[in-house]
Each structure stands twice: as C-alpha cells, then as structure tokens.
Design a binder for this molecule. Sequence first.
Ligand code: PMP
Length: 464
Amino acid sequence: VVFNQKASNGCTKSSSPSTNISKTINLDQGDPTLFEPYWRKMGDKCTMVISASDSMSYFSDAGNLCWFLEPKLSDSIKNLHREIGNAKSNSRHIVVGTGSTQLYQAALYALSSSPDRTHPISVVSAAPYYSQYPEETDYLRSGLYKWAGDAYTFDKEEDGNTNYIEVVNSPSNPDGSIREAVVKRTGGKLIHDLAYYWPQYTPITCPADHDIMLFTFSKCTGHAGSRIGWALVKDTEVAKKMIKFIELNSIGVSKESQLRAAMILGTLSDNSYRNFNSNKPELNSIGVSKESQLRAEMILGKLSDNSYQNLNSNKPELNSMCVSKESQLRAAMILGKLSDNSYQNLNSNKPDNFFEYSQCLLAERWKKLREVVKRNQLLILPDYPLEYCNFTGKFTQSHPAFAWLQCKEEDVDCEKLIKAHKMMVRGGVRFGAEKKYVRVSMLSSEGVFNLFLQRLSAIKGNFN
Ligand code: PMP
C-alpha cells in the first residue's frame, strides 16, 4: 500500500504540497478521492475484522443463482435502492462483478452468445459515449460482438445485422446528460449503465426499471479500489449467462471486497450506522483499498515470517502485530496532511448523511468551476435543468462527476490547450466527439481541484 502524495493528491510524482504547484495534475481519470475525507471522518464505524479463517470458500451462497454473491451484500444493495429510490431491485437477479467493468463484458457475452450466431452483434452507444466502451468491447476481438460506434448514426440495415446492443449510460459520462435509448428498433437489446444515478450527481426522478442495470460501488461511495459492481437483471437466462461469464473469467468476486462493500453500503441506508462488527469485539483496519491484496499479503507474509511462529496466540495480539506497519504509514499520511492547507476544515459545516455531504461537496465544486468558466472567454460548460429529486425532496440541478468543457472557438484542440497548462484531461475524440471538447474529473482530492481552478483561470489570462 503506497500512502504517498500520489494517492492523496493525484499528482504524478511524490512531492511536498509546495512543489506541487509545478507538477502536472491528473484530471483524466475519474478516481473518486474527493469522498475520502467523509469516510475518514467515519473512523471505526466502517471498519471490519476479517480473520484468516473467514471466507475461504469459493462459494458465498451455493443455493443462489449467483452463488458467489455474499448475502449481506445482496441485502445492502436492495435496501439501498429502496431507500434512494433510484432503481427497482425487487424480483431482479443481483449479479456481483469485479467492478461494473467486468459486468459490462458479462452483459455483452450474455446478450450475444447464441449458438446460431454467425457474425458479431453490433454494440453502440450515443456519442459522446464513455471512452472505455469501444476499448472494452473490441479488446479481445470477440466473434460474438463488435463496437459499432455512435448510436445516433448506426444503420443496422447497412450493417447487415438484425439485432444490436445499445449501451445507455445515464447520467452520461462524459457530459452528465440524462439519456435514453436512441436506436429503438425491434431486435435491439439494452444495457443501462447507471453508474452515476445517485443523488450526489443528479436528481433522482424515478426508480429505473430496465432489463439490465449496472451500478458500481466506485461511484456510489467512492470505493473504486474495492472493485465491486452489481447488475440488476430481469431475465433469468441472461443472469445465468452473466454468472457463467464471471465464473469463467474470475471464478467469482473477492469476498473481502463484497463484505466491506456490504458494510459500507449498509451504513448509507441506515443513519444509525448499525454495527456490522457486533460479533467482532475488536475493530481493525483491513486497509484503505484493495482488501484482498492486503489480506493475502498479510497472510502470505506470515507464512514466511518466523517471528510469527505462534499461530495460536490470541487474535488481538496477531491483529495488533499486523496493523502496526499500516498504522505508521497511515499516521505519516495523516500527520502530513495536517501541514497541508488544502486539507484544512474539509469537514466543517458538511452534513453527516453521505449523500447530503457528497451532494453539497459537488455542488460547491460546480459553483466554483462555473465562476471560473464564466470569467473565462474561451470555454463553455453544459447547463443542467432544475428537477425535483425524490430522495432529497428538493429541486436540484445535476452536479456530474465530470465537467464536459468545450472551447468556444472551432478547430481548437482543447486537450492540447489544457495540457499545456499542466493538466491531464481526456480529449473529446476518445468519446466519439470533436477535439474542441475535453472531459475533466470533478472527483479529485481538494488540493488537486483547487490547482485545477487556479490553472483554468490562468488559461483565461492567456487569451484576454
Ligand atoms: N461505467 C461508467 C460510465 C463509468 O464511468 C465507470 C468508471 N469510470 C465504469 C462503468 C466502471 O466502473 P468500475 O469501477 O465499477 O469498473
């Protein structure tokens, strides 16, 4: 585990806050580190103990169709959707995946793997689409499916196919818009990627009710490193095929990650932060991310470490021996942050409920960004309608996870322009759009976000 400046502030090289000023900042990936302060504030409320003898089997629930799904995770997911009202989860199969990235591929496989398939089915999504869809679809050059680009320009007759798969990503990454299927022809199959259909990003206007809906822990709570995603699937045969894919691809999904996700998601729909560790007297920190790797590292480490010969010594002693190194690293990180102004007062005046907190945080960021863009003569941001959110009971606007910036002038390569100011962003072409667009992550740590605003203001200076 590397608790260095890169992990905490997204800069490309380890450095002290004062030297960060000259480093390139990474706003390319949507790494959701902005939520870290909230979870840090939760302290031990979301900490769990997993002993070496726990969760060793491949199986989580042998009687369930998705036999590698932890029942606690299934319960937390259902409770959360019920509480938030963003998706119908009853009478659906829940398929857990190693991130929704794995579930996307499982869904493609499930929708295309008919024995009489003679050529690959076309996979489309409305541009600007999530830049990973083309790569994930074509990476293995499958004979079952192939990327066919923008759904708006897809002509299935010309393609010679009778059916197609359309991926509907709503709210959309990159531009935050609310989407619905655009091809709308018989024979079409839909995958709804609802990674950002959570109250912090967009008003929850109705419970989504589609055949295959993908969600991810990464964007719901910010725990991207746990690699947990889930699909809500109506059709049993489709669910079976998705499960088969995951069985062949990774024989299930890490139990440590599932249990941790179950606990954290459980706290979201339970304001009293019910104690998941009630039968575990000691609280422990399994790690900040990548639970399975950390656990494996710890257990394998002990096998080759003679100083741990006494395997039968009591648990607290073993726990404290294992934790000490991590505690030192964490303490170093936390103490380091005390002298970093950008981390001061992060939690002041912020609500306790995660969704209220994160909505407030993103709304603040968007307000600041809009002020900078308004002063700037070069760039434009999309506007989002005010809509009633059933979860908060208020009229709110979307505050997407990404800013879809557009250069006012035609023919400007916006990515080049912004990169020249030491900001890594993703250019519009990757999303099937023009080069005058760029996608910028709004999910970075506070320090990186502030540098982003400063540097964006400087671009304006150059063009006035
Ligand atoms: N879909 C969309 C639209 C995303 O933005 C992302 C993450 N960037 C994913 C899927 C994949 O998420 P995960 O971390 O669960 O693999």
